[in-house]
Unconditional design. Sequence first.
Length: 389
Amino acid sequence: MTGPILPGAVVGVLGGGQLGRMFTLAARRMGYRVDVFAPEDSTPAGQIAFREIRAPYDDLEAVERFARGVEVVTFEFENVPSATVETAARHAPVRPAGSLLHTTQNRLREKGALGVHGVPVAAYAEVNGVEDVASAAAEVGFPAVLKTASWGYDGKGQRRVADEAELRAAVGELDGETAVLEAFVPFVAELSVVGARGLAGDVALYEPVLNRHVNHILDVTLCPAPVPRPVRDAAQELARRVLERFEVVGVLCVEMFLLEDDSLLVNELAPRPHNSGHITIDAHPVCQFEQQVRAVCGLPLGSPRRHAPAAAMVNLLGDLWERGTPNWAAALRDPLAHLHLYAKSGPRPGRKMGHLAVTADTLEDAEARALAARRALLTTPEEAAWTGR
Ligand code: AMP
């Protein structure tokens, strides 16, 4: 095995979004150069990269030129075509491997692989058309959630169905696209664990965090998740199992449902840093992005231990711009609030524009402050007279 890829080297990132931006910040801080490959110009990551290569993912000649110029390729956007990853892999190691990406790009492949490795998932069935409706309904029951097998994230391509008639109608609208029918899980909470695995097989796991979604999009993350120790340990064990069995080199997030009886079901995997892991930038000595740099460059992993007693993260969606530019100064009147903005030009509703993170002595205080800071964004300068803290 060759040695680690050391600072000064060029690291390549497929995808130019906020995950690539925060990866690039971590890599540049450590002295790496970063080349970003993305189909758009002036992307959040490209703005701070050493070089931004603008080309479609299926321009394989451009992918080849990009991969020749870097020592390792990683990605921040997981719906990169397989041919892109295969082309890149001929010229530089791709970490995590394209085979993992291939598995996680399709919900059926992902659930199948999780099952093989003994990781519990909700009951599910494959649906290729209306002819599968009766058998899938019998296998899974109702209520259920119909999800397209590919290209789904943040609730896109998914629909809750209450009975067979609704399922039939929803399947009819799929246009022949393969889907998965999943039992609706009556979860008491959603948790996620971000972990990293290095080239030598070493694993570093962050504690589980608790996630609340609005319209299927992550809204609030609380760190650590306020769950009993056995749940925390079980969640970390599931993440360790996934990292080891899938032989991940890089960072991966396991999203889970916590049930009433304290058992856990895995909802999905993200083979990259995750929105719920952004809290590690402010609450941990080594964040998920530095961990990704270390893992893909073959360096030792950093400590995943939290240094703040508690922390909360709230997402900032484009909706906050509806009445004009948010009142940044008002949010930052809380001296414990950290503002992270991704420098995206078009604040559309539902688009992730940034996040606020607060570290505090208690989870309640961290959450209250993060929510208050976000509410303050919507105040006019006159309304924002701060009472002091
Ligand atoms: P996904 O795109 O699979 O990550 O789903 C987005 C969100 O939809 C999840 O975080 C849950 O809040 C909800 N969801 C997805 N699948 C289910 C399910 N089988 N049962 C209950 N809620 C679900």
